[in-house]
Ligand binder design. Structure first.
Ligand code: GLU
Length: 485
């Protein structure tokens, strides 16, 4: 029983503000892996207290996307659990109760300052080149006065009483001790006048009540860290362990932003990045396995991932590396599986291919060169419409376009002898190569013009697999066309 009691519990706590950013996928993945590597629980909590930023459908979408890449939650708004509700707006009563507790113990106070006063105060601080912060006017109000004004219906927020001097030392699992000067800390708002808690309050209460053992979050939250710890102390609660995940930067060292390309997982999935590739790639954004192994399945990661491989220095997002992984996983697929994955992309391009074996032949022409599934459309373009080309393209080395056409003519006669039943890559290859050998001619003098005639392209898959994919009739038609070009 003890074993279960000691299970570690980690949460992914996104705000439902739209699509899933690559950084959030990485945070969710690391959280999942740290939990699963120690047989712990992976929990979803939706932090929706900032209703202005909320996008409807974002939570369902996020659950769907994470499920697509293989991450399933053990607890969450969609699957329940012992520590719910798992959506913050469903927990407003809990926050109120806990905030009142802080008022009673004197760790927090009501602030009745009007927005006008605060605006004026900030403008004066700005003019004085002082950092913006609350001047603590209401901290001096007596409890009786504060209670009286609240009872009279005056609008107020609840602020945390921060220490006014000394240092706050906090411990991050990746960075060790970090010291903050108390003088730099603002008496932050914990509860807004409409009864909605701020991130600081809700996050700490939820992590405590949901028995979260390790908080994993992006290191943009480091400035909040001392405030969180002080809040745990104010509640007299033991804080969980904190792991601030390193930033993800682009290759130039800047923030990952929409300007340099896609930043949302949905965009990558839509273009045909495979879940396996997204997982493998994201796992190595800040995790450094002991061996230099590059290829990792989710199953292996669940076993091997550990805190000791994490560092605090920023991870670099290299889109080419992602393409490399995706190409790798595309090549690992069986033709049949890849054909099924490619089918919708061809359909969306107005090129449905009903017969599975035909589709597999098309896909086999592209598999080696695909970086993402959507590439199937471009790479098989020549199958659906022979590109216009010039007879110059038929020539090869010393072979003139005219001689190439003559070669095509005799090759065509030879190919016509092959029946539709025997028209497959292996048979074509065996027959044509034997025929060329028998004529004591160079392979290229026949195969180059044949390939160009079939594809209309300078670079393309080989002539035999292309002929097999096109079928007998279409291949002969294209060769006849080349002869007349
Ligand atoms: N709601 C916060 C966010 O979306 C969560 C940060 C945390 O994990 O504590 O970034």
């Amino acid at each position: 029983m003890l074993f279960f009691k000691n299970k570690i519990r980690l949460r992914f706590a996104p705000s439902p503000t739209g699509f899933l950013h690559l950084g959030s996928l990485r945070a969710a993945l690391f959280t999942y892996l740290l939990a699963k590597s120690r047989k712990g629980r992976f929990i979803l909590r939706i932090e929706d207290t900032d209703q202005k930023r909320e996008v409807s459908g974002a939570t369902d979408n996020l659950i769907k996307v994470l499920r697509t890449v293989g991450l399933e939650f053990d607890e969450g708004p969609h699957c329940g659990g012992k520590y719910g509700p798992y959506i913050q707006t469903g927990r407003l009563g809990i926050y109120k109760q806990q905030a009142d507790r802080l008022l009673q113990t004197g760790q927090a106070y009501r602030c009745f300052c009007s927005p006008e006063r605060l605006t004026k105060m900030r403008a004066a601080q700005e003019a004085d080149k002082q950092p913006p912060r609350y001047d603590r006017l209401c901290r001096e109000l007596s409890v009786a006065e504060s209670d009286r004004r609240a009872a009279a219906g005056d609008s107020f927020v609840i602020r945390q009483k921060m220490p006014t001097n000394g240092e706050v030392t906090v411990f991050d699992e990746l960075r060790g001790n970090i010291k903050f000067s108390a003088a730099d800390l603002d008496d932050q708002v914990l509860m807004k006048s409409d009864g909605i808690p701020t991130y600081q309050l809700a996050n700490v209460i939820d992590d405590h009540l949901m028995k979260i053992s390790h908080v994993t979050r992006g290191d943009e939250w480091l400035p909040s860290f001392p405030k969180n710890i002080l809040l745990y102390r104010a509640f007299a609660w033991t804080a969980p362990k904190f792991i601030h995940l390193p930033l993800i930067l682009n290759k130039e060292g800047g923030k990952l932003s929409k300007r340099q390309g896609d930043v949302f997982v949905e965009d990558y999935l839509a273009k045909g990045y495979l879940p396996e590739a997204l997982i493998n790639f994201s796992a190595l954004l800040g995790w450094h396995p002991k061996n230099d192994k590059e290829i990792w399945s989710l199953k292996e990661l669940k076993k091997e991932f550990s805190l000791s491989g994490l560092g605090a220095s920023p991870a670099i997002f290299d889109a080419e590396k992602l393409d490399y992984y995706n190409g790798y996983y595309i090549r690992q697929k069986s033709l049949s599986a890849l054909a099924d994955l490619c089918r919708p992309y061809l359909e969306a391009a107005g090129r449905p291919v009903k017969e599975k074996d035909k589709l597999e032949k098309y896909v086999s022409l592209a598999q080696d060169r695909m970086k993402k599934l959507i590439d199937i459309v471009e790479l098989t373009d020549f199958i659906f419409a022979l590109p216009d080309y010039n007879s110059e393209l038929l020539g090869w080395k010393t072979l003139t376009p005219e001689s190439a056409k003559n070669n095509l003519q005799i090759l065509k006669t030879e190919l016509e002898k092959i029946t539709a039943e025997k028209w497959n890559k292996d048979y074509l290859e065996k027959t044509v190569l034997a025929w060329i050998k028998n004529r004591q001619e160079k392979n290229g003098d026949h195969l180059w013009p044949m390939r160009v005639a079939l594809t209309g392209l300078k670079n393309s898959p080989g002539p035999f697999e292309t002929a097999a994919a096109l079928g007998r009739e279409e291949s002969l038609k294209r060769i006849a066309k080349a002869i007349k070009i």
